[in-house]
Design a protein around this ligand. Structure first.
Ligand code: UDP
Length: 420
């Protein structure tokens, strides 16, 4: 294909999930039997980097293993397109401003050729396919789908304070979908039919290199590579350099906490991988210029490791940091929170709906609204490892019961069943 990159992640056996719940496992098997051979097309805007790619990497193989014919197509577009869609993303997460008419036109026009290419492909598919459009980048492709297709839109972003002009622009597409899947009930625009929406939390894959248990020995080499001293306190945030992830706020929190813990080190891991986020580069360069003289502040904006080694590094960082921070101001969900909780880490999260869906403040982590509050919690947890361990254990249980892939697959099979 010319306008899409077909992505084919490694196979996975859904049977591995049996141990996380017999009932969900059996329900999935039963539903999947009725959906055998269903043609499902997941369409998004990047094959690597960010939460959507992370989800599809696990979702596609599991759906295939259950007998569905699921495919993943990542839209290819020039940088200018992704500058505009990142702006749409920012407006939908509550940024002030307007999309200009030429920007709207460029975004819609640019999707015409991919739309026609997709249509040619779908017209050759026997039966009724289901198409899942992930996030606004690909939303207008809906106009090009065959009338018989079942259309789901999966919005991964936090729409609770959406800029109304941007929402109005996208409203016709959302209304046209057969199903709109969101990560929180409060993300549903009030004009969108409740019956048409489904709430489904994202999930993590406990068998992936990023989430598997690691031996301490296997992780040490990475820290050496990045000059991080494991004998000293370490905190980290793993996130794209995005204003909503508040990297600036994390740095402020670190400096406040460092007054009480002078040997504290911070890693901001934000490898520039997601090609649909061109804003990240500028934010990273700016921070790097400002903070380059602090050897304890590790700003990682370039990907120095590839493939599974990179996944293992993120795993190691999440596993061996004393505290994991996800100080987002808005968050559709925040896979990094579930990933760290799964590793039994105490997580300090920002006061955002997606994060509050995962962390119960004071029980399985902390929710904070300012750098001062964040710093206070860092110091508290660093000085009280028993407390950190208790919160971490509660966090792991939360993930086991709610945020693993068996539950996500069940949610989607139910939706496919409705649409097919
Ligand atoms: N991630 C990563 N390296 C980075 C930044 C993020 O591997 O430098 C991964 C992270 O572990 C998670 C995903 O990318 O699996 C980000 O998902 P999340 O929902 O937290 O945020 P999004 O980027 O989708 O807003």
């Amino acid at each position: 294909m010319k306008y899409f990159l077909p992505a084919s992640p490694a196979a996975q056996d859904f049977g591995e999930y049996k141990k996380f719940g017999q009932r969900v496992f059996r329900e999935c098997k039963t539903l999947a039997k009725g959906l055998r051979g269903l043609q499902v097309f997941h369409i998004n805007s990047t094959a690597a980097g960010g939460g959507v790619a992370e989800l599809l990497k696990s979702q596609i193989p599991l759906e295939k293993n259950l007998g569905l014919n699921s495919r993943w197509l990542a839209l290819q577009e020039p940088k200018k397109f992704f500058f505009i869609t990142k702006q749409i993303h920012n407006l939908l997460q509550g940024q002030k401003g307007l999309l200009s008419e030429p920007e709207k036109k460029y975004y819609l026009d640019q999707l015409a050729k991919p739309g026609r290419e997709l249509r040619r492909l779908l017209d050759k598919i026997p039966g009724k396919p289901v198409v899942v459009l992930h996030d606004p980048q690909v939303l207008p492709l809906m106009e090009y789908l065959p009338p018989a297709a079942g259309i789901a839109v999966r919005l991964h972003i936090d729409l609770s304070t959406a800029n109304l002009s941007a929402l109005k622009f996208l409203r016709p597409f959302l209304e046209k979908a057969d199903k709109v899947i969101i990560s929180h009930e409060l993300f549903r625009p009030d004009w969108l039919d409740r019956k048409k929406t489904a709430v489904s939390y994202p999930a993590i894959n406990p068998f992936a290199p990023k989430n598997r248990e690691l031996s301490l020995r296997r992780t040490a080499k990475y820290f050496k590579l990045f000059n991080i001293d494991l004998s000293r306190p370490l905190i980290a945030q793993i996130s794209r350099f995005d204003p909503w992830k508040d990297p600036e706020g994390v740095i402020q929190s670190y400096y406040l906490a460092k007054k009480e813990i002078p040997k504290l080190q911070l890693v901001l891991e934000g490898a520039m991988e997601a090609k649909d986020d061109p804003q990240a580069q500028g934010i990273y360069q700016q921070l790097k210029m400002e903070y380059q003289n602090d050897p304890d502040l590790h700003l990682h904006g370039e990907k120095t490791l590839a493939g599974p080694a990179y996944q293992t590094w993120v795993n190691a960082l999440q596993s061996r940091s004393g505290v994991i921070i996800q100080k987002s101001l808005r968050e559709g969900f925040g896979l990094t929170v579930a990933e760290a909780m799964w590793k039994g880490k105490a997580v300090i999260g920002g006061d955002a709906l997606g994060i509050k869906a995962q962390i119960k403040n004071g029980r399985s982590g902390y929710i904070v609204s300012s750098p001062a509050e964040c710093a206070k919690r860092i110091v508290q947890l660093e000085k009280n490892p028993q407390l950190a361990k208790k919160l971490g254990q509660a966090g792991r249980l939360t993930v086991k019961n709610n945020f693993l892939f068996n539950r996500l697959i069940l949610d989607f099979l139910k939706i496919y069943n409705e649409l097919a």
